[in-house]
Design a protein around this ligand. Structure first.
Ligand SMILES: [Zn+2]
Length: 755
């Protein structure tokens, strides 16, 4: 699952536009980056609900509204507008005025200016409001669309193979012409015109009423929700600073594995291996299943080190220092003997001239960094009356699913009766009792039927250049189930570029001219890496995935009825759609589809990975809530609270299956420290992907038409989008059911084998 959580606040970007995936194989999560990478302004991706015109209901005053000096003015402004437009407009007036006064600041004008503004800009009657919406829709499409194009052009020299790079390329790549768009829309009063005339629905209203809204009401909802947050410059700066510091702390958190001593002073890891916590450590555990001699010993050592990182008993001196030997079980530190040191001394990382041979523990730096994130996030609280905590903002604007729903989904996976049965299969495969690190068991994935060199040969012959891939797109799309005419149409709207990096998909945001003089529309770009010898299999596999993003980007821009609704509900959806392409890459090369057993093992692998990540997601949720309940906590108090939460969840859900009562392993994820409450996105992404894949599998040869049908509805709420796509809201049911069937089949096969 490759995600792109990237946006101004880390809490509200809609990124179906930019699908830049870090492509790994099994890992459920790459490092999220917090930045705006497209020219598109960060958009709260929610909906503001335009309400049924017939029966508008007054919304409760947004929390925090009373805090602004202008909010007190609301009653008299409402009374004046009602006198002007009549009682029938009363509820709309009331809501619009409250939405405006909640966000109005001194710099927007004094009380007289506010009064003049609402009197001038409130639009009475459905026809006037429709006309107003009809201006916002193409205007914002032009703004967003051209900003995407500008950003894409300025980043070209950094992102594409266009000859030698120059130092100034980086500056152009970092330049963001749309950085102040949101604030400019407030300063110009356009944002206030939208807030005055279109209801800004809460997530609860979307969930309760959204099903009954017309498309127009949904479009109005998306417009108003775009202006739900107005972070101050100080809040944004504080956040960027905390994010950068956290990123730097995490990026420097490496262990030199040759210097981890097992009992008896053995060194199971070779020289020179430097692993970043937690990603590389976790992936090393996964890889170690293939090492029958030292694998288990290595895995136990890594687990011991992880526990000490979480509880901060790790000696500060051993972090990223290959001159020291550390026994993580006994927690002792000694100077590494000369014969065991890396030659020449590694240049990566920063360390003092002389190593400090001391077991003095890391003094809760991990939790101090997390507290700094929290304090920075709190500065945004007062700028977001609709969602006054980081926790609210993540659920309200990123996930657009209520907290209780998300937690309920996670718990349904954790408590599933399938987990112990899958564990039984793993135990049989490993031939030993399970241990806590087996939460990262990765041995279900069947051995590749075709060696990578063979696949490289195939793809290099077929795709010597990016142009060759471009020419093959219509055939690929036909094979993926699109009718020939549709395949041709999509192909005409995808640009293929030679990428410097591994490849990504960059969406467009401007489809075509409302007026001919505005010029032709923009196209999604597929960035793909083709080496001197042609496209290798890895590049091809990524290109097919990115092409899935491009097709989604094309439909969800060009075929939605209103560009205020362009896109998909959140990144998990575009990723899931891209995977439905990627999973068929071998078939597209003319090789055989995986057999039934491989499919079963893939399901078991998916289930186990989802079950694993649900725990850290719940830890992240509870820790953020704990910080809000204890805003002046010290790092040591946060450490204790985090450990208590992680241990409680481990003991409840994992210890009965894997042992290790009291383990703090669930708190090892680095995202917890640098990603501002991001972890629940992963398991929810797994569930969404699985649910959609099942749907497309069922659609069979009609899957192209089905892909088009589900993507052209645009950005509804996640549950409504999924209901339209599959008949049910987002649910764990398909994954749990498929896992149960796979377990049963595997158990029966084992019994048959035993007879
Ligand atoms: Zn992707």
């Amino acid at each position: 699952m490759e995600h792109i959580g990237r946006c101004l606040l880390g809490c509200f970007a809609s990124l179906s536009l930019l699908a830049a995936c870090a492509h790994g194989s099994a890992g459920p999560e790459p490092i999220p980056t917090e930045r705006i990478a497209s020219g598109k302004a960060a958009q709260p991706q929610g909906t503001a609900a335009a309400q049924p015109a017939a029966a508008p209901t007054p919304a409760p005053a947004p929390a925090g509204a009373a805090a602004t000096p202008f909010a007190a003015l609301a009653p008299e402004l409402v009374a004046e507008l009602v006198r002007k437009h009549g009682e029938g407009e009363g509820p709309r007036i009331e809501r619009g005025v409250r939405q405006v006064t909640a966000q109005w600041r001194d710099e927007d004008g004094d009380k007289a200016a506010l009064r003049a503004f609402v009197l001038e800009w409130f639009v009475a009657g459905p026809r006037g409001r429709d006309e107003l919406l009809g201006r916002f829709s193409p205007a914002l499409e032009q703004l967003d669309g051209h900003l995407v194009e500008i950003g894409r052009a300025l980043r070209s020299w950094s992102e594409l193979e266009l000859g030698p790079q120059r130092p100034v390329d980086e500056l152009f790549a970092a330049f963001d012409a749309g950085a102040h768009l949101s604030e400019d829309l407030f300063a110009s009063k356009l944002a206030f015109v939208a807030l005055l005339n279109f209801p800004l629905a809460s997530l609860e209203e979307m969930a309760a009423q959204g099903k009954g809204w017309s498309r127009r009401e949904w479009a109005a909802a998306r417009l108003a929700r775009r202006f739900a947050l107005r972070p101050s410059g100080a809040a944004l700066q504080a956040r960027a600073k905390a994010a950068a510091a956290a990123e730097s702390y995490i990026a420097g958190y490496n262990l030199w594995m040759h210097h981890l001593l097992a009992p008896g002073g053995r060194r199971p890891f070779p020289k020179g291996v430097r692993l970043l916590s937690h990603w590389n450590l976790r992936d090393e555990i996964k890889a170690d299943y293939a090492d029958p001699r030292f694998g288990l010993e290595k895995q136990r050592l890594i687990r011991a080190a992880m526990e000490r990182i979480v509880d901060q008993s790790i000696p500060r001196s051993v972090i990223d220092d290959p001159r020291l030997d550390w026994d993580p079980v006994a927690n002792t530190v000694v100077r590494a003997p000369e014969a065991e040191t890396e030659v020449p001394p590694p240049s990566q990382g920063k360390r003092p001239p002389q190593p400090s041979v001391s077991a003095e523990r890391e003094p809760d730096a991990r939790y101090a960094v997390l507290l700094d994130d929290f304090r920075a996030a709190r500065l945004t609280d007062k700028d977001s009356p609709l969602a006054p905590t980081e926790v609210d903002r993540r659920f309200q604007f990123d996930r657009e699913m209520p907290e209780e729903r998300v937690v309920g989904l996670l718990e349904s996976v954790l408590a599933s009766k399938v987990a112990p049965r899958v564990a039984g299969l793993i135990r049989a495969r490993l031939g030993r009792p399970l241990e806590p690190h087996d939460v990262w068991y990765a041995g279900f994935l069947p051995r590749a039927a075709h060696p990578e060199e063979e696949l490289d040969g195939l793809t290099r012959r077929r795709y010597p250049t990016p142009e060759a891939y471009k020419r093959d797109i219509p055939r690929l799309l036909s094979a993926l189930g699109f009718a020939p005419a549709k395949a041709k149409e999509i192909d005409e709207h995808i640009v293929v570029d030679p990428a410097r990096g591994s490849g990504h998909a960059l969406g467009a945001a401007r489809r075509d001219e409302l007026h001919p003089s505005w010029g032709p529309g923009d196209k999604p770009h597929l960035r793909t890496r083709v080496g001197a010898r042609g496209m290798d299999y890895k590049g091809y596999n990524i290109a097919v995935h990115e092409m899935g993003h491009n097709v989604e980007q094309y439909f969800s821009l060009y075929e939605v009825d209103d560009t205020l609704m362009a896109g998909v509900p959140n990144t998990a959806f575009t990723e899931a759609l891209a995977f439905t392409f990627q999973n068929r890459d071998l078939e597209l090369l003319g090789l055989s589809r995986p057999d039934a057993r491989s499919e079963r093992l893939r399901v078991l692998n998916d289930f186990w990975a989802t079950w694993e990540i649900c725990g850290p997601a719940l830890v992240d949720t509870r820790v953020w809530k704990w910080m809000y309940a204890h805003p002046s906590a010290t790092p040591a108090e946060l450490r204790e609270a985090t450990l208590a939460i992680a241990r409680e969840l481990w003991d409840r859900y994992y210890a009965p299956v894997l042992g290790g009562k009291g383990s703090g392993l669930l708190a090892i994820y680095s995202h917890m420290i640098n990603a501002f409450f991001y972890l629940p996105d992963y398991p929810i992404g797994h569930l969404i992907a699985f649910q959609l894949e099942e749907k497309f599998k069922a659609a069979g040869s009609a899957s192209g038409a089905e892909f088009e049908r589900v993507t052209r509805v645009g950005r509804l709420s996640p549950d409504l989008w999924m209901e339209n796509a599959t008949g049910s809201p987002v649910t764990a049911e398909p994954l749990l059911r498929a896992a149960e069937e796979a377990v049963r089949a595997e158990e029966m096969a084992a019994q048959a084998g035993a007879k």
